[in-house]
Design a protein around this ligand. Structure first.
Ligand SMILES: Nc1ncnc2c1ncn2[C@@H]1O[C@H](COP(=O)(O)OP(=O)(O)OP(=O)(O)O)[C@@H](O)[C@H]1O
Ligand SMILES: [Mg+2]
Length: 254
């Protein structure tokens, strides 16, 4: 099993969209039945991207609190990706789950091992923004972590916080590294272009060679509860995500 974590210090940069759409792009290359997504964000929004609507159904939060298998809450979408939602959870249950995650640093990795996934499965995990127990869990089990950034000053300013969090928390570097991915790049914006150049110089090979351009189809696809690769297969974002999927598969196979 290969695990890809999707994280960021800043909110609203496109983690959930990227998790859902990259998973779909990877599934379209590897074939159905191989790719799953796990929602580790209490916002519980990832399932919307796959047209799976059971908002209050239990997910990985409730399963964990009851000692049940995560595999039992996996829903297979029509897009070749299975989704394990965070699930509807009361505030008390969210707090209890976060305490459990703080006490058991390998909880997510262990639950994934027992979720009935095949050895050649690829799992993508979505997280809430900023430092959290979810972020630590992802670094403990991921083979590759994608740190999503916008090509703007606000995102640039979060890089030191991300890097010092990595140093301070002593999380192990994932086998295939933690790689920054630029999302919502708009080449018509001069500032976007300048920040991209700056990031390239600052991060070197830790900046993914593929960037995802700004494409309104990403938001529209969510309104139709579809991955963008289904909603607008020939658009810019679908093109970028297909290339990012090929790069991620290649990276995990090295
Ligand atoms: N490449 C893109 N082009 C255009 N819009 C995008 C792109 N990626 C994401 N968006 C839009 O940006 C908004 C935020 O995306 P998303 O919810 O995925 O961010 P997030 O990082 O998961 O947010 P949060 O930190 O709240 O979890 C959404 O409206 C989404 O449709
Ligand atoms: Mg999100």
């Amino acid at each position: 099993m290969s695990v890809i974590g999707v994280v960021s210090m800043k909110g609203g940069v496109g983690k959930t969209s990227t998790t859902a759409n990259l998973a779909t792009a990877i599934a379209s290359k590897l074939g159905p039945g191989r790719v799953s997504v796990v929602d580790l964000d209490p916002q519980n929004a990832l399932h919307w991207h796959f047209g799976l609507e059971h908002v209050d159904a239990p997910g990985v939060c409730e399963q964990s609190l009851h000692g049940r298998d995560w595999g039992d809450v996996a829903s297979t979408s029509e897009f070749g990706v299975a989704c394990l939602p965070y699930g509807g959870a009361s505030e008390a249950h969210r707090e209890a789950f976060e305490m459990l995650l703080a006490d058991e640093p390998d909880w997510v990795g262990t639950c994934l091992k027992h979720a009935g996934l095949d050895d050649d499965a690829v799992v993508l995990i979505d997280t809430p923004p900023g430092p959290s127990v979810y972020l630590k869990q992802v670094f403990a089990c991921a083979d590759l972590v994608l740190i999503v950034l916008l090509a703007d000053a606000g995102s640039y300013a979060t890089i030191p916080a991300m890097e010092s969090w990595l140093d301070d928390t002593l999380v192990a570097n994932p086998p295939f590294g933690s790689v920054y991915v630029l999302n919502q790049v708009d080449s018509r914006e001069p500032l976007n272009h300048d920040v991209t150049e700056l990031l390239h110089q600052k991060l070197g090979t830790r900046l993914a060679p593929i960037r995802i351009y700004y494409d309104e189809a990403v938001s529209e696809a969510l309104a139709f509860q579809q991955p963008v690769l289904i909603y607008d297969p020939h658009g810019q974002a679908s093109h970028d995500l297909a290339r990012l999927a090929a790069w991620a598969i290649n990276t995990l196979n090295q």
